[in-house]
Design a protein around this ligand. Sequence first.
Ligand code: 13P
Length: 258
Amino acid sequence: MRRFLIAGNWKMNTTRQSAVGLAGELAAVAAGTEAGVEILVAPPYPYLIPVAEKLNGSAVQLGAQDVYFEAPGAFTGEVAVEMLADCGCGYVILGHSERRHVMGETDEIVNRKTRAAISGGLRVVLCVGELLSERQAGQTEEVLDRQMQGGLAGVSETDAVELVIAYEPVWAIGTGVTATPEQAESAHEHLRNWLATRYTPAFSQKVRILYGGSVKADNAESLLSQTNVDGALVGGASLKSSTFVPIIEAARKLRTTV
Ligand code: 13P
């Protein structure tokens, strides 16, 4: 059985004080986490180090929200893979819809970042997802295929051993509109089939596919109950332990009752 990953993408939120406070609360919660549930937080860059210090020794994993693909050098404003590793990051979120649609990242850029992160030893959470207009035009699977193909170009099965995929329909992000469990499962199953074809069926069974888009305490259990949903990438509800911890609890409950 795949281990759930419940990840908090803090986006451009928190202050140093609130970030460290939240990290401390989650570290305490994680102490009781069942082996079947992994917890990850991705704070803004400036708070990585204080959050890492707070999480030190706890079961909560640390990740960044982006990275640049070049080795350290003259790239003003960018952050290199080895810097993230140096700050204690084990994960990096790549290809988030806000990076794609607000910052204009292409599949090629996402791919360069993915390959750089993997070769630098970071675990990648690769985000894919369709726009509302694309879903309405019946293009969801075509968009997912294109983003998977582009993002994972040149990535071998050995490279992808720690890969995590996050299906985040853009129309569900920050809108309060969540994909139904059936819509999520259908997209996740499609993504797993894509992985089975591109790599091998055995490999596809090992990859965790997270759902993201308005995940809250009251919809987490129904989403996480789906066969191919292996966790959640949570935005707004990850900013307070009072809203994030119940999502962790929903995952724990499912892993202890099966
Ligand atoms: P919300 O949970 O705020 O919809 O954000 C989802 C997301 O984009 C996580 O990466």
